[in-house]
Write a protein that binds this ligand. Structure first.
Ligand SMILES: Nc1ncnc2c1ncn2[C@@H]1O[C@H](COP(=O)(O)OP(=O)(O)OP(=O)(O)O)[C@@H](O)[C@H]1O
Length: 380
């Protein structure tokens, strides 16, 4: 665990970048430092690997003051990833990734073998190994940056706005990849961003900092969205925090209606016999059970489903793994107001109305409020 204990950083010109900051950064999870520009995030991160020395206070790694450890040993235990990757332009991708193992005295072949293994781990095609950084896209370069930081298998990764310079789609891919890598490797990651959505998505714990280098709130993302500590945090979280909080409630408990589902080859009798409950539309699937679109039952009195007349079913949600936010989004975007749920293979699992999703949301809120009360009682 990394413990930041009442740390202040005053730069020589008198700027107080960090002011009496205390944080306990848990092992094997992602802790995100987030806040407006200039609030001291980078300074805090750099104090952890001693690129910046604190003016007051101490930082402890596994209970030992990092000030009393040789800088080189400390940095070897911490990978460092920065915006735009900071790659060596005159070295190939493979040699960039192999940099730290080489510094540690590993042989050339062993270092390169390790680098190849890491290219695979971060989702880089091995064919890129011999290229130079300028021959890669921004997103690929960031992956190289992550691979390089992981090369010597350090227990800690420090990441300073690593995905800020890429477009939103590449960024989402990199975030998903980081979560996957973290799930596999269980590193202790300290991640700096100014993007609250990125913080909420990646963080096990999120530290919101305010200008002047002070801590505004330190909490898991769901708690942050539910109970912002003050108006500053509330403002910083933005206007749609209620919707964003739904990402933390699984859609798995939603009651799905299966009776409005019919296969494309259903006959008139089969269609007429359907009890669709209060669903005003039938969901038509192909012969494999995958959704094709919505049909109004009265359109089907002739007993024949015409694919060209189906309404689009919109993007479905995956009932086992998606959140209530995804389910609500599907319902809102659906032309019928009903969301389509699919299983992991994309086959229709059922349909659900906005009203049912709304009830599930109210239930989830009530349950989470009860658990907060319970936690507070235990805490007292
Ligand atoms: N070497 C330095 N000398 C003087 N002041 C500095 C120095 N480095 C940073 N600062 C100041 O310290 C404050 C915190 O800077 P820091 O880079 O840690 O913030 P940040 O939250 O990472 O900002 P950003 O999101 O814009 O990168 C700012 O006011 C900055 O101008």
């Amino acid at each position: 665990m990394i413990r930041i204990d009442s740390v202040t950083k005053r730069y020589p010109d008198g700027t107080v970048a960090v002011d009496r900051l205390s944080l306990e950064i848990p092992d094997r999870s992602i802790t995100v430092l987030v806040g407006p520009s200039g609030c001291g995030k980078t300074t805090t991160l750099r104090m952890i690997n001693r690129m910046v020395e604190p003016s007051e206070g101490a930082i402890l790694l596994d209970g030992k003051n990092i000030q009393q450890q040789p800088v080189n040993t400390l940095r070897r235990s911490m990978g460092y990833v920065i915006q735009n990757a900071g790659l060596f332009q005159h070295r190939t991708i493979l040699d960039n990734i192999a940099t730290v193992p080489r510094l540690l005295g590993w042989g050339k072949e062993k270092s390169r073998a390790r680098a190849r293994e890491l290219m695979d781990r971060v989702g880089l095609d091995g064919a890129l190994a011999k290229r130079y950084p300028y021959q890669l896209s921004g997103g690929q370069q960031q992956r190289v940056g992550v691979a390089r930081a992981l090369a010597a298998d350090p227990p800690v990764l420090l990441m300073d706005e690593p995905f800020s310079a890429v477009d939103p789609i590449v960024r989402k891919g990199l975030q998903d990849e980081l979560l996957r890598i973290q799930g596999e490797l269980g590193k202790t990651i300290v991640f700096v961003t100014h993007d609250i959505d990125e913080a909420v998505k990646l963080g096990t714990m999120v530290a919101v900092m305010r200008t002047g280098g002070r801590l505004a709130q330190f909490a898991p993302p769901a708690e942050l969205l539910t109970n912002p500590a003050d108006a500053f945090v509330e403002d910083f979280l933005g206007t749609d925090r209620g919707i964003r909080r739904l990402s933390f409630f699984p859609a798995a408990g939603l009651e799905l209606l299966t009776t409005p589902i019919v296969a494309i080859d259903a006959g008139a009798k089969q269609i007429a016999a359907r009890d669709t409950g209060d669903a005003p539309y039938l969901l038509v699937t192909d012969l494999d059970g995958k959704p094709l679109g919505w049909a109004e039952p009265r359109e089907l009195t002739a007993g024949k489903i015409e694919p060209a007349r189906l309404l689009p079913h919109g993007r479905p949600f995956v009932s086992g793994t998606d959140s209530l936010r995804a389910a609500l989004d599907c319902a809102v975007l659906s032309p019928t107001g009903w969301a389509v749920a699919v299983d992991g293979e994309g086959r229709a699992a059922g349909v659900v109305s906005q009203q049912t999703i709304g009830e599930a949301i109210r239930g989830a809120h009530a349950k989470s409020a009860r658990s907060v009360v319970k936690t507070e009682k235990v805490a007292r």
